[in-house]
Design a protein around this ligand. Sequence first.
Ligand code: UGA
Length: 440
Amino acid sequence: MKIAIVGTGYVGLVTGTCFAEMGLNVICVDVDKSKVEKLENGVIPIYEPGLEELVRKNHNDGRLSFTTDLESCIDDVDIIFIAVGTPPDEDGSADLKYVLEVARTIGRSMKKYVLVVTKSTVPVGTAALVRSTIQKELDDRGLNIDFDVASNPEFLKEGNAVIDFMRPDRVVVGVESEKARKLLSKLYKPFMLNNFRVIFMDVPSAEMTKYAANAMLATRISFMNSIANLCEAVGADVNMVRAGIGSDMRIGKKFLYAGCGYGGSCFPKDVKALIKTASEYGVDMEILRSVEKVNAYQKGLLFRKFSLYYNGDLKGKTVAIWGLSFKPETDDMRDAPSVVLIRSLIEAGCKVRAYDPIAMDEGRRILGDECVYYAKDMYDAVLDADGLFLVTEWKQFRLPAWNVVKKVMNHPYIVDGRNIYDVEELRSLGFDYECIGRRF
Ligand code: UGA
């Protein structure tokens, strides 16, 4: 079996590379010529642990190739995955122009049966649109060629994508024919060794599953953030509450961590898009509007704590930031809590000293380097600082040399946005320490 993956962004590149690693012949297609050239030289455009090595290995072994020319490979492959970007429109809905452009190209060039699979996160109804777009091109060419469209949403987490792909909890596949079902069963068979399930369903349900999963996870986080804020008010500790409720099997332990809000390219975009889809069908997703509202509030929380601590007298204060990316093990800063915090600090006249193990270039790109000093390391960041914010829980921030930190800070004040430090320890070392929803 030979497959093509269109779009070498995050999802496309991980998908293509992992299928090649399983022994398949994979062609990755992207319109961006320089990106394709770099990939051919083993240089990947994103930071994702383990991915670059796999790209190089599979490219050298001849199972993974890259091209800008989709048309030339359409009839060479059995399955085409569409994994191009779906940037949010101004109104929050996913922009399908790239997805439909790929569908048009397929319809214009195909000469034999092909299975087209949507892998990008697309609203319910997109597979049907892809089908009608391909069909229209075939009609224009006066051809009657059989093809299938399926939906196979992705559940990868940034920073853990290769492992998630190779050892998934489940694979969700929406199909509309037995032929498509057989092809996709065969494709995912090598992964069965790890005991996971392929869940087959109809296409709209598969499309909906993707959004429902992300919306559910975002809801859990906003719920826990609200509980944390209440814990703080009543003198309870959210970590204990988390342990208490998480041990109920029906609730489960994962994704219950209170913090300074969720970010990234998925939760914010998908929650917005689901609200939009629902409103188009006359359904009010009140719960998701609250999820968004709580998250926006939470992203402002670190700044509000800081401002309260200094009674609003923030002008000229020096502030250290540990962590810029929206979560550890990625350089992605899309919708990151750090961006909201740093912008508020700059507006209040503070001097910002930021450090992130990987996202420094991304920081410069998003925040510029006029108002932010990008520190050489985590200790350089805290030099003369009147406050330190832990925003992203990178491993290297977990056990700092507190004596060094205390010595170089101007005032020993820490706001821990991810609840990773020990309250008692920091207090005993003489720090003023605040966190999210914990007792002290
Ligand atoms: C998320 C989903 O977890 C993936 O399953 C999905 O495939 C992906 O979106 C996608 O749609 O492509 P990702 O955005 O990479 O993955 O990151 P997560 O690990 O889910 O974290 C999202 C945000 O939630 C981060 O800002 C993280 O700090 C925050 N979070 C996570 C919490 O605040 N508390 C938690 O308990 C867990």
